[in-house]
Write a protein that binds this ligand. Structure first.
Ligand SMILES: [Fe+2]
Length: 404
């Protein structure tokens, strides 16, 4: 009877229950830092909070630190977060969560691997436009886990909440935590970027609007973002040792295109000796014809990427797959051009651009209305970008030499 009562009590009041998550977000330095973030549906009672404990797998003791908390946008839900730092590179960590007052520990623990500090052949996955239907999202997230990537770069239109549907973002997190698991159960760290459906009114206002974080409070409260000295912005860099840099940019959703030019110039200049440099943003400059091309990006950003030796640009938003030829100013240039890859169809209903629109776009080397993620394999000689459907099959692939 006593045993039954105890079991019933535990089921009714799970210890330090986690409602949605946790996620591992990579922000500035994935070799040594990790952001652990999750959502609770209700504020904790009596001022209670949470602590996150972490240890290298195999070590006995957790190192505990209190989690910070803030409201999830304008809801009663709370985002909890812990910034883990001084981590060892290329190491599998385990973390656990407990309530900060009575130290009741959630029975689960989660693992993730930090990034190597020195280059070795590795792969990551990238995509955008994730959640129209749960079945599509779950299947591609599971495929992502099966690829066992170093990380996943998720480039906008994550939950399609339009900053008005926090519950939908919670479902997006649930799907990630449940399905995007490496074969050994590790969580896949994510790098995130903003899209138009993170914003109230799902706006694309490349030059007129400049609403800042206030228009995308779900995105900006759920994820760590850069503070530029004046406000939080969603353009930032992620640096993997001296061998890989990602430039995540806001393609006209909460920041103007033109206001990011100086940031891009400085970022690229500071990383001119980095082995691989990729730029990623949501709205395509060199698209498929599903929507007009972002002329402001063509004008303001593309010349900077071309000049600085960016290896490839990843674009999304059109709900189809595309691979351009290596291009300079939109024209095929096999010797010096930049491939633009993507067009965003992780877990959305796909679009087929009109043949006349495709025909106008001579930069397109391949286009296909297929749900996909792109797996990018980095090697000593260059990189391969392979587009894969949810069942893991490759339907398009291209290999590029080192540009530097
Ligand atoms: Fe979009």
């Amino acid at each position: 009877m006593k045993k039954f009562f105890l079991a019933h009590f535990i089921l009714a009041f799970p210890l330090a229950a986690i409602d949605h998550g946790p996620l591992v977000q990579w922000f500035a330095d994935p070799c040594h830092q990790a952001e652990i973030r999750w959502i609770q549906n209700q504020p904790p009672k009596d001022g209670d909070g949470f602590a996150v404990g972490y240890r290298i797998v195999g070590q006995k003791d957790y190192q505990w630190q209190n989690a910070a908390s803030q409201p999830f946008a304008a809801t009663k839900r709370m985002v909890f977060s812990a910034s883990l730092s001084s981590l060892q590179a290329d190491t599998v960590y385990e973390f656990a969560i407990r309530s900060s007052k009575n130290q009741e520990k959630n029975p689960d623990s989660w693992k993730f691997r930090t990034s190597p500090e020195k280059f070795r052949p590795m792969h990551f996955v990238i995509g955008g436009d994730m959640y129209h239907k749960r079945s599509l999202l779950d299947a591609m997230n599971a495929n992502c886990g099966k690829q066992d990537p170093l990380f996943a770069a998720l480039i906008g239109d994550l939950a399609y909440s339009n900053n008005r549907d926090a519950a939908r973002f919670c479902e997006w997190i649930d799907s990630w935590t449940d399905h995007a698991r490496a074969p050994d159960g590790r969580l896949i760290p994510m790098v995130v970027c903003i899209g138009n459906h993170e914003v109230d009114g799902h706006e694309y206002t490349p030059e007129k609007g400049n609403p800042g974080a206030a228009a995308a409070t779900e995105f900006y409260s759920l994820f760590k973002m850069r503070h530029n000295g004046q406000r939080h912005v969603s353009s930032y860099n992620v640096d993997f040792g001296d061998y890989l840099s990602l430039h995540l940019l806001d393609s006209g959703h909460t920041q103007r295109i033109s206001e990011q030019v100086d940031f891009i110039k400085e970022s690229l200049e500071a990383r001119k000796n980095t082995r691989f440099v990729f730029a990623a943003y949501h709205r395509p400059a060199w698209g498929t014809g599903c929507k007009p091309d972002a002329a402001e990006i063509q004008k303001n950003w593309t010349p900077l990427f071309e000049k600085s030796g960016v290896d490839a640009v990843f674009e999304h938003d059109h709900h189809t797959y595309k691979r351009t030829w290596p291009i300079t100013a939109g024209k095929r240039d096999d010797a010096h051009g930049l491939p633009h890859l993507g067009d965003g169809a992780w877990g959305v209903d796909v679009r087929e651009p009109a043949p006349a629109e495709v025909a106008k776009r001579k930069w397109l080397a391949h286009q296909a209305p297929k749900n996909h993620l792109i797996r990018v394999d980095l090697s000593e000689k260059g990189f391969t970008a392979a587009a894969k459907t949810a069942d893991g099959k490759t339907f398009d692939s291209a290999t590029y030499p080192m540009r530097k």
